[in-house]
Design a protein around this ligand. Structure first.
Ligand code: HEC
Ligand code: HEC
Length: 445
C-alpha cells in the first residue's frame, strides 16, 4: 500500500524540504539557550571556544549537544553533500515512512546505481547496542555466545558513529571520493557559518576535524527525542492501560508472546533503561526469498556460520516501513506472517533463499497458526506505530516527540557507546576502529 503512494511522498518531502531550508535560520526554531551559539556568538561562547581549541574534542554538554543536533539536522537534509549533488540522507530515509524507504532498493546519487538492501527505519537507531559477541544463558542454564547489535542489517558498523560516515562514501549512495570532498562541500554549505562558529576556525580548516564533527553532529541528531518518542499504543498497554489495545490486538499479543514465539527475538519487555524496543538485536537467517546475487550478511564478517544471517530489526513503526526484510523481498505484514507461518510448507511460494544451510528451522517456518491468528498478529503490529510519527503536522517535515520525552543530555546513559567514544583518527587514541572500512564500498554495482 505504501508503495503506490511513493511518488506522491517523494514529491511532498522535497517540496517541504525546500520550504524548510529557506526558512531554516528563523530564530523561533531554536530554544533560547542555543540562539547564542547558532545565531549570535556571544562573548562567553567565543572565550569557551578558544579554550576548546587546545583539545581534540569539544566538551560534551547541554549546549554543545543541542548545537550539534541542529547542525546534524542540516547535514541530514543537505543534498549538496553527494556526487553528483542531489542526494541527502533524507532522500532514502523518508520521515513519513518512519525514516525508512518504501522502495525495496534506494537509487543512489549516480543514475543507475543502487544497493542490494532495503533502507531501514532510523527511529530508535541510536538505541541499537554496539556490535558485540555476548555470552548468554539458555533456559536450561547453558552458556552460549551470540553476536548482537551493530548498525546496518549485517552489523558491519560497530556503532552509530561508525555508521553515519559510510553513506557519504558508498558508491551506491552519496558517492563522494574522500574526506576532503566532504569537507569542501561542508565549507560551502548553507549552514557553514553556524558550523564554523560551533567548532571554531582551527578545526574548521582541518578536513579530518571538520568531518569528524559532521559525523558527531549526525549522531547527535539521530539521538534527538523525535527518533525515540515511545508513544505507541503498545507502550500505553505495557504501562498498564489495558484499553489501549483492541480485542484483536490483545489476542495478537498473546500469540506474539506464545505460539508465534515472536517475543523470543522481538523483545516486549522493557530493558532497565527504555520501554520495549521490540528486538533483541540478535542475528538469524530466516530464509527469506532470494533477490539474485547472494548476500552473505553477518557471514561476511564471521564466516560460514553467519551466512545469510541478519540482525533482528525493531518492530517499532513496522506498519509504516514496507517492504520488509533486509532485501525488501516481502511486500506486506500479512505476507511476512504467512511466511513465518508456512515457509516450510509452501517452499514453491517463497522460492529459493541465499543460504539454505544456515536457515533457522526450529523457531519459524511452520507455526501452525490459523488465518485468524495471523490477522490478529498483523493487527497487533499496527499498535507498534508511534503516534507522533503518524500524527505529524503535515506542514512539518519531521515528527515531534511528545512533550516530556527526556532530552538527550538527561538520558545520556541511553547512548553509552557513543558518549565515551574518542576520535579514532587522532594520534594517541587507542581504538580498534578500522579506518579503511569507512571508504570501502560494500556493495558491487
Ligand atoms: C541511497 C540511499 C541512502 C542514503 C542516501 C542514506 N542511506 Fe542510510 N541506509 C540506506 C540503506 C540501504 C541502509 C541499509 C544498508 C545495509 O544494511 O547494508 C541504510 C542504513 C542506515 C542506518 C542503519 C540503521 C540500522 O538499523 O542499522 C543508519 C543509521 C543510516 N542508514 C543513516 C543514514 C544517514 C545519517 C545518511 C546520510 C549521511 C544516510 N543514511 C544516507 C540507504 C541510504
Ligand atoms: C528467531 C528469531 C525471530 C523470531 C522468533 C521472530 N523473528 Fe521476526 N525477524 C527476525 C529477524 C532476524 C528478522 C530480519 C530478517 C532479515 O531481514 O533477513 C526479522 C524480521 C521481521 C519483520 C520484518 C521487519 C522489517 O522491518 O523488515 C517482521 C514484521 C517480523 N520479523 C515480525 C515477527 C513476528 C510477528 C514474529 C512472530 C510470529 C517474529 N517476527 C518472530 C527474527 C525473529
Amino acid at each position: 500500500m505504501i508503495n503506490s503512494h511513493w511518488v506522491h511522498h517523494a514529491g511532498l518531502s522535497i517540496a517541504v524540504l525546500v520550504v524548510w531550508l529557506s526558512s531554516r535560520s528563523s530564530a523561533a526554531e531554536y530554544p533560547a539557550a542555543m540562539q547564542c551559539v547558532v545565531g549570535g556568538g556571544q562573548e562567553s561562547d567565543s572565550v569557551e571556544h578558544r579554550k576548546d581549541e587546545q583539545s581534540d574534542q569539544l566538551p560534551v554538554g547541554n549546549r554543545h549537544e543541542r548545537t550539534a543536533a541542529q547542525i546534524g539536522r542540516e547535514i541530514f537534509l543537505d543534498t549538496g553533500l553527494s556526487r553528483p549533488a542531489g542526494q541527502a540522507c533524507v532522500s532514502c530515509h523518508i520521515p513519513s515512512a518512519a525514516f525508512a524507504d518504501p522502495r525495496s532498493f534506494s537509487p543512489g546519487a549516480v543514475k543507475g546505481r543502487k544497493g542490494v538492501r532495503n533502507a531501514p527505519s532510523l527511529m530508535y537507531a541510536a538505541l541499537i547496542p554496539g556490535f558485540a559477541y555476548e555470552d548468554l544463558f539458555t533456559d536450561e542454564g547453558t552458556e552460549i555466545y551470540a553476536y548482537e547489535g551493530g548498525l546496518f542489517h549485517d552489523g558491519r558498523a560497530r556503532d552509530l558513529f561508525d555508521q553515519v560516515q559510510q553513506p557519504f562514501f558508498d558508491r551506491n549512495e552519496m558517492n563522494l571520493p574522500d574526506t576532503s570532498a566532504l569537507a569542501d562541500r561542508l565549507r560551502r554549505s548553507e549552514y557553514a557559518v553556524e558550523f564554523k562558529q560551533w567548532i571554531g576556525s582551527e578545526r574548521w580548516k582541518d578536513d579530518s576535524q571538520l568531518t569528524y564533527h559532521a559525523y558527531r553532529a549526525l549522531v547527535e541528531f539521530l539521538k534527538e527525542p523525535m527518533f525515540r518518542p515511545f508513544d505507541a499504543r503498545i507502550d500505553d498497554f505495557l504501562a498498564g492501560d489495558t484499553d489501549a489495545l483492541t480485542k484483536a490486538e490483545r489476542r495478537g499479543l498473546e500469540i506474539f508472546r506464545g505460539a508465534g514465539k515472536c517475543a523470543d527475538c522481538h523483545f516486549l519487555e522493557p530493558t532497565s533503561w527504555t520501554p520495549a524496543l521490540l528486538s533483541d538485536y540478535g542475528y538469524d537467517n530466516l530464509g527469506v526469498p532470494s533477490r539474485g546475487e547472494k548476500d552473505a550478511g553477518l557471514g561476511a564478517r564471521i564466516g560460514a556460520e553467519g551466512l545469510g544471517q541478519f540482525r533482528a530489526p525493531s518492530l517499532r513503526n513496522v506498519a509504516l516501513t514496507a517492504p520488509y526484510m533486509h532485501n525488501g523481498s516481502i511486500a506486506s505484514l500479512q505476507e511476512v506472517m504467512e511466511f513465518y507461518n508456512k515457509r516450510d510448507l509452501e517452499p514453491q511460494r517463497w522460492g529459493p533463499t541465499d543460504y539454505p544451510e544456515t536457515v533457522n528451522r526450529e523457531d519459524i517456518g511452520k507455526l501452525n497458526l490459523t488465518d485468524q491468528q495471523i490477522k490478529d498478529l498483523v493487527a497487533l503490529m499496527s499498535a507498534f506505530t508511534d503516534r507522533s510519527v503518524v500524527e505529524r503536522n503535515p506542514a512539518q517535515l519531521f515528527p515531534e516527540a511528545p512533550k516530556g520525552t527526556p532530552s538527550t543530555t538527561s538520558k545520556r546513559l541511553y547512548f553509552p557507546d557513543w558518549t565515551h567514544r574518542l576520535h579514532p583518527a587522532f594520534p594517541g587514541v587507542v581504538d580498534s576502529f578500522p579506518a579503511s572500512r569507512v571508504h570501502s564500498n560494500q556493495q558491487a554495482e
